[in-house]
Design a protein around this ligand. Structure first.
Ligand code: DX5
Ligand code: ZN
Length: 223
């Protein structure tokens, strides 16, 4: 499987939380067979966010069936043990939340992932100032901008995210950092965020509810 920077952007990452859980394998097969091979996998601990999402058994099952890029989004406190777990299970990339960690840990998690051949991302909740990223711009491969409060699928895109995305693009302009956006991405918000320079558009409920995936992808990216 390709590494993060070998993909062509913008691309759509199906958020597997948007699949019906009891049909996870079938619904993932449908998107995978339509060429979506960059899979966004949400993990929640019931503490950093109130809910739970997908788990390591789901991950192992998917890995067995699909040779995809596994983009793991950890919405957890104490990310270290989760990072180790998903690294050993074969994640391609892991993103943690900036709000759930601290400076020393962020640097050491970045090193740990890089030493093991994975890429490292930091995610920000909608109210976290972009300046909080400043100390880490030289070590992150990806920044995941949340355009809803993390914790569940199917929420509406927060319009303030457009301006945050524009400012974030300015901030990382000269760096090779991939920008991903997650939450409420559909045929209205998708074209706007790709115009503003988002590299990866995560889409859960919109994509999984679409009957025609090719058409949905065209509408998401306005191609
Ligand atoms: C929410 C998750 C998202 C979610 C997106 O906290 O991080 O990945 O599945 O779902 P939609 O696209 O429905 O907003
Ligand atoms: Zn996510």
């Amino acid at each position: 499987m390709k590494k993060l920077r070998e993909f062509s952007f913008p691309l759509i990452a199906p958020s597997l939380l948007g699949a019906k859980h009891e049909l996870l394998l079938d619904e993932t097969r449908r998107v995978f067979e339509h060429g979506f091979n960059f899979l966004h996998f949400d993990v929640m601990d019931g503490r950093f966010v109130p809910n739970l999402a997908l788990n390591s058994l789901d991950f192992t099952l998917l890995k067995k069936h699909f040779a995809a890029f596994y983009d793991v989004h950890l919405m957890v406190e104490d990310p270290l043990k989760w990072v180790k777990e998903y690294m050993h299970l074969g994640a391609s990339h892991i993103t943690i939340h900036l709000e759930a960690s601290n400076r020393d840990e962020i640097f050491s998690l970045g090193d740990l992932l890089h030493e093991n051949g994975l890429t490292f991302g930091l995610s920000l909740k909608p109210n976290t100032p972009l300046e909080a990223l400043d100390p880490y711009l030289s070590i992150v491969d990806l920044i995941l901008l949340m355009s809803v409060e993390p914790g569940k699928g199917g929420q509406s895109f927060l319009p303030s995210s457009y301006e945050r995305l524009r400012l974030l693009k300015e901030k990382v302009a000269s760096k090779k950092i991939v920008i991903e956006i997650d939450g409420g991405i559909n045929d209205k918000t998708g074209p706007e965020v790709s115009r503003l320079g988002a590299d990866i558009l995560v889409s859960g409920s919109y994509l999984f509810k679409s009957q025609d995936l090719e058409e949905a992808a065209r509408l998401l990216l306005n191609e």
